[in-house]
Design a protein around this ligand. Structure first.
Ligand code: HEC
Ligand code: HEC
Length: 205
């Protein structure tokens, strides 16, 4: 089930798109190969917002992600390694070259933190826990993305919550070191500690 009912229209459009595309595969390929990156990225706007600034709350912002991270996560969606409600099917609709173009486009956009509600008390606790358990890789309070990690500060909270739940349940694999830190945090501070860190990310607007 899509997490966002607004996406049902998109899914329907997507299914139609796939049917048309297979009938006109050669023609489509020709058109897309010459397509500027902006035109390819336009196919993401409906869900992720113009230039990757999502209107949320369960669809993540992606503008300003590094090219490397974007390509890796798209590959993960294609292969089924990263759990998805929609992105597995979407990612499989593009060639590697197209994804590289799209990733290059989003890497040039600005990361825009989402304006959203959060629990200030939890965020205060979360700031300290972040420094202790997460800052090593998610630098500057999670503001800084790099080739391995996307920015977390200002990402939509419901998306972060779904994603963290996927990690904790093992549906999405964490790197060994992240897994160790998440386990330490949860052993010491429980589920609430993890929730606090995510509210800290949401509080940075
Ligand atoms: C129909 C809506 C929809 C469209 C269209 C769409 N996405 Fe997504 N995207 C999602 C959803 C929902 C998620 C969360 C994962 C999931 O549930 O599939 C997501 C997640 C992602 C993520 C992971 C973000 C992260 O923080 O790791 C990336 C990257 C991404 N999408 C890129 C794209 C690109 C590039 C396009 C266009 C080629 C695109 N998406 C088109 C709905 C969409
Ligand atoms: C040793 C490095 C490392 C540490 C420590 C670490 N992470 Fe991560 N994190 C990563 C990497 C790398 C990714 C990119 C995706 C992947 O490889 O799973 C990531 C991705 C994430 C994501 C998904 C972002 C998205 O847009 O989908 C969340 C949420 C997250 N980390 C939260 C945390 C929290 C909370 C902590 C502290 C308890 C933490 N991480 C500690 C390396 C780390």
């Amino acid at each position: 089930m899509p997490r966002n009912p607004g996406c049902i229209a998109w899914m329907t459009g997507l299914a139609l798109g796939v049917a048309v595309a297979s009938a006109q595969a050669a023609e489509k390929k020709e058109v897309l190969e010459g397509a500027p990156a902006r035109l390819l990225a336009a196919q993401c706007d409906g869900c992720h917002g113009f230039n990757g600034v999502s209107a949320g709350p369960s669809i993540p912002s992606i503008g300003g992600f590094s090219k490397d991270y974007m390509m890796e996560v798209m590959e993960g969606f294609r292969e089924g390694d990263v759990p998805a409600t929609l992105m597995d099917r979407i990612a499989r609709g593009y060639t590697e070259e197209e994804i590289e173009k799209i990733a290059g486009y989003y890497a040039k956009q600005k990361w825009v933190p989402a304006k959203q509600p959060f629990d200030a008390d939890l965020a205060g606790v979360g700031a300290k826990l972040h420094d202790k358990y997460c800052e090593k890789c998610h630098e500057e309070g999670g503001k800084k993305g790099d080739e391995d990690v996307p920015p977390l500060a200002g990402q939509w909270l419901p998306y972060l919550q779904y994603t963290m739940a996927d990690y904790v349940s093992g549906r999405r694999e964490m790197t060994k070191k992240m897994k160790k830190k998440v386990r330490k945090l949860m052993d010491a501070h429980g589920e609430k500690g993890l929730r606090a860190v995510l509210h800290f990310y949401a509080s940075q607007q």
